[in-house]
Design a protein around this ligand. Structure first.
Ligand code: ZN
Ligand code: ZN
Length: 371
């Protein structure tokens, strides 16, 4: 992209007044309505884009620091047509009286991408196919057949507006409406580009490679700036949002960045203690089941959950133990278990109510009685 100072023909230390003067001079000679050379339209856009940056102290300072707010030639976001009108009519242009620009910022686009838990945990690269509007290469976005350009609208004289005078009991009332002949643009495209029918953009399918960061979850949106729909009239593109959908895993349930797994242990193994192997996302892990393990006990494997999307570290892998009571005992097994019960004095166990709730109940009673 060309240097804005060169485009306007001023030095880097030019004053704001010098820049404005240089722009007015160039704009007068290059405006599509008065210029005759075929590349004047393109040059006019360049000059306007340069002035959009250098004419604004904040944007100029950013540009001098090397951050060019505009990613392409042409009118960027934030450019107002008032600046051009100012250049022509010496500052008499006002913001609500000017032709509309044909350029529009393109819309944002949204696509969904399904990944598995492994990719969500460790991050991944994926290729995605997107179909969006891209700039028409035949007319470079301006919508006119190459070499034809635009013509000033005769109906409104290029202002994009027409005035109606009505008589009412209050006297004459003047109203201003957008010109219907040029739809408010002030100019007409006499020969619309055949490639894009004058829209300045065409639909195209392309493949993008995106990096999915570790830690994403269903609903996370990745923003790809400027990869959305290109606007009409060669306007800047919107953004592309990739919304992540994490597929359900057969073993693990995700809660925040923790993963939960349920593991069934036979009653005898839970009573005697055992060693099990669990296939985690990081490979096989050895689980020590202590003798006397109960249903509902958990074993926490620190740092084997999902990566935190923001910040360092990972969640945990929490294993919920479920003790399986044996079913379908044969005579021999029944006899052995009965023997065990007799040894433990549990032939006729008395059902025992657990005391978990009593503390809360006492507190509640105290509150109710005003203690
Ligand atoms: Zn075109
Ligand atoms: Zn018109």
């Amino acid at each position: 992209m060309s240097d804005h100072y060169q485009t306007l023909g001023v030095s880097r230390d030019a004053s704001a007044e010098q820049i404005k003067k240089a722009y007015r001079k160039l704009a007068r000679t290059l405006h599509p309505d008065v210029a005759s050379s075929p590349d004047a339209g393109e040059r006019f856009k360049e000059v306007s884009a340069a002035y959009d940056v250098l004419g604004d102290p904040a944007k100029r300072a950013a540009y001098d620091r090397g951050a060019d707010g505009l990613s392409g030639a042409g009118f960027g976001q934030g450019f107002t047509f008032t600046d051009i009108m100012d250049a022509f009519f010496g500052g008499q242009g006002s913001s609500d009286r000017h032709p509309r620009s044909r350029m529009r910022r393109g819309q944002d686009a949204l696509i969904r991408l399904q990944i598995d838990l492994m990719a969500a945990t460790f991050g991944a690269e994926r290729e995605i196919a997107v179909e969006t509007a891209v700039r028409c290469e035949t007319c470079h976005g301006d919508g006119a057949q190459p070499g034809t350009g635009t013509r000033r609208c005769d109906v409104c004289g290029g202002s994009g507006e027409v005035q109606h005078v009505q008589r009412s009991f209050l006297g004459q009332v003047m109203t201003t409406r957008p010109c219907s002949a040029c739809r408010g643009y002030g100019t007409l495209i006499e020969h619309p580009c055949v490639q894009c029918s004058g829209e300045g953009r065409v639909r195209s399918r392309r493949t993008l490679t995106i990096r999915v960061p570790a830690g994403v979850d269903t609903g996370t949106r990745i923003q790809l700036a400027g990869e959305g729909e290109v606007g009409v009239g060669g306007g800047p593109a919107g953004d592309l949002y990739v919304e992540i959908v994490v597929a359900q895993h057969p073993t693990f349930i995700r809660r925040g960045d923790d993963l939960h797994a349920r593991i069934a242990v036979p009653m005898t193994a839970a009573a005697l203690g055992t060693t099990l192997t669990l296939e985690s996302l990081d490979g096989p892990q050895t689980l020590e089941i202590d003798g006397g393990t109960q249903s509902g006990d958990t074993i926490t494997l620190r740092g084997l959950g999902v990566t935190h999307l923001r910040g360092a570290g990972r969640g945990d892998l929490v294993v919920d133990i479920e003790v399986e009571t044996p079913r379908g005992l044969d005579d021999e097994q029944r006899r052995l278990l009965a023997q065990l019960a007799a040894l433990r004095g549990e032939e006729r166990p008395e059902g025992r109510l657990e005391q978990h709730g009593s503390g809360l109940f006492t507190k509640l009673r105290d509150v109710l009685s005003g203690k």
